[in-house]
Design a protein around this ligand. Structure first.
Ligand code: GAP
Length: 486
């Protein structure tokens, strides 16, 4: 298709116009970095979540899924290290009072250098930043900002405070009256709900190592620099899997999951050249190896999923803080014939943001197409090329006219299909207009019922991606769509 453009601002507007994503509390002027999913967005999000859940749990016979509560005992977050370590280095501009995450501030400056063609300066700046972050050298980071004359976007001055750490967890009170209340946190990751249930699941599911526990659910972080639409949100959803392995085998499984997860993203239609690995330089307090799977978003290469070798850190911490033994008895034999015995398993984690994956799918799907028709006139459309298996609506059923018995046939088809997949019925407007609307929503198949249907029981099926139309038997519609979406 000639002359395609893919503009991020257009995509955001499109998400709103077609019921995918709305700003939270929009009538009150919105809440920064919090978003609501509309009728099409909620369905797409569910389809992506279901696709992940099925591939993790149904297709891996050694992975099971759970659904732990968002609220957890406050000691959980002491044990996990989040109370003491889950913070980012921040800096405030004294003139605008605007707070920045230090790495974001420096990265934005590096991007500007790259745009000016100053590639070497960009590279040197990022290299210096990585080294200073790895050494937790906050005075050095401030000096780097000052030396590079990095200014606040609002005040345009270089009048900075010292670099300080800010914890990202939201806290609230539990209990009905103040005296009974206690501070609890909104979970900043779903993973801890898996760790504290390790023995429950292992024992009740008679799970043998290696095995995994998967979970999807909301997580909350008080992100200071919340930007780029649903890329960085304060309330978001994670899809995480903790894979429990024998100590010493963690790198083998880390490499396994690194490959496996990239392949999974490709199975969702993400082109391999739009994905890459980025090894972490500064490791989180719980990891002995970590990388990001990055996607080339419209605003550059950014983290989509994290793969972390979390050692036995979390289970050991929960054992210490709860004073309850969290161990696994391994009765399989080593090469020397001795049993492995009791140990705290090591963990390899895969953690992907559902909202980020949604943004990935949408930024690949959105296309503003223009072309010249055979008669020389221009035509155009906006289309969401969402893979059929996750598209919110699979089939639009469109009677050509609102009379002559055509709606009755269309409604019968709707009744036949709607138990198997999402269908949409529409009889208003000219057929061309209805097709365009379905393109914009991302519906992969449209079926039109016309007068010929009454004569020979055939319908026109139109394919969103090619706009090709063909005649098929009415009786074959359901089967054909099921074949395309499974
Ligand atoms: N349990 C490990 C963990 O939470 P993380 O790298 O902090 O690791 C994992 O987060 C994934 O969660 C990220 O790769 C990203 O996709 C998503 N994520 C993290 N913070 C996010 C935010 N503020 N908004 C949207 N998604 C976020």
């Amino acid at each position: 298709m000639a002359n395609e453009s893919n503009n991020f601002a257009e995509l955001i507007a499109h998400c709103k116009e077609y019921g995918y994503i709305f700003q939270s509390s929009e009538i009150y002027d919105g809440l920064a970095a919090v978003y609501d999913y509309g009728q099409n967005g909620a369905q797409l999000k569910k389809n992506i979540r279901d696709y992940w859940w099925k591939s993790m749990t149904q297709l891996h016979d050694n992975i099971v899924g759970i659904d732990a509560a968002i609220f957890m005992h406050p000691t959980t977050w002491k044990a996990s290290g989040h109370v003491d370590n889950f913070s980012d280095p921040m800096i405030d501009n004294k003139d605008s009072n605007k707070r920045y995450r230090v790495d974001h501030l420096i990265e934005a400056h590096a991007e500007a250098l790259a745009l000016e063609g100053k590639k070497e300066e960009e590279f040197a700046l990022l290299k210096n930043m990585d080294a200073l972050i790895a050494a937790s050298d906050y005075a050095g980071l401030k000096q780097l900002i000052v030396d590079n004359n990095i200014k606040c976007a609002i005040s345009k001055t270089c009048n900075w405070t010292d670099v300080r750490e800010f914890n990202l967890m939201f806290s609230t009170q539990i209990g009905s009256v103040a005296e009974e209340s206690d501070t609890i946190y909104l979970r900043p990751e779903t993973a801890q709900g898996i760790f504290v249930n390790f023995l429950n699941v292992q024992k009740t599911g008679r799970m043998k190592i290696p095995f995994g526990i998967a979970q999807t659910g909301k997580a909350f972080r008080n992100e200071i620099v919340a930007r780029q639409f649903i890329f960085r949100m304060r309330e978001f959803e994670q899809m995480e899997m903790q894979f429990f392995v024998r100590p010493g085998t963690q790198m083998e499984w880390y490499n396994f999951w690194k490959e496996e997860r990239k392949k999974w993203h490709e199975s969702l239609g993400i082109p391999p050249e739009k994905l890459r690995y980025h090894d972490h330089i500064k490791l989180a307090h719980y990891a002995d190896a970590a990388l990001d799977i990055e996607f080339e978003f419209p605003f550059g290469w950014k983290e989509l999923e994290g793969i972390h070798s979390r050692t036995d850190f979390d289970l050991t911490q929960h054992q210490t803080y709860s004073k309850k033994k969290i161990q696994y008895f391994d009765n399989e034999l080593k090469e020397d014939g001795k049993p492995y015995g009791n140990y705290i398993p090591y963990v390899v984690e895969t953690s992907v943001g559902l909202d980020r994956l949604f943004l990935t799918v949408m930024s690949l799907a959105y296309a503003n197409e223009k072309w010249t028709k055979e008669d020389g006139t221009e035509d155009s459309r906006v289309v969401l090329r969402i893979p059929a298996k996750i598209a919110p609506t699979k089939l639009a059923i469109l009677p050509l006219l609102k009379k002559d018995g055509l709606p009755e046939i269309a409604k019968q088809l709707m009744d036949d299909c709607k138990g198997s997949f999402m269908c949409f019925y529409e009889e208003k407007d000219a057929i061309g207009k209805r097709y365009r609307r379905m393109d914009a929503i991302g519906t992969p198949f449209c079926v039109t019922i016309d007068h010929q249907t009454k004569e020979d029981n055939t319908v026109t099926i139109r394919y969103r991606d090619t706009m090709v139309q063909e005649r098929i038997a009415l009786a074959d519609v359901k089967h054909l769509i099921l074949g395309k979406i499974n």
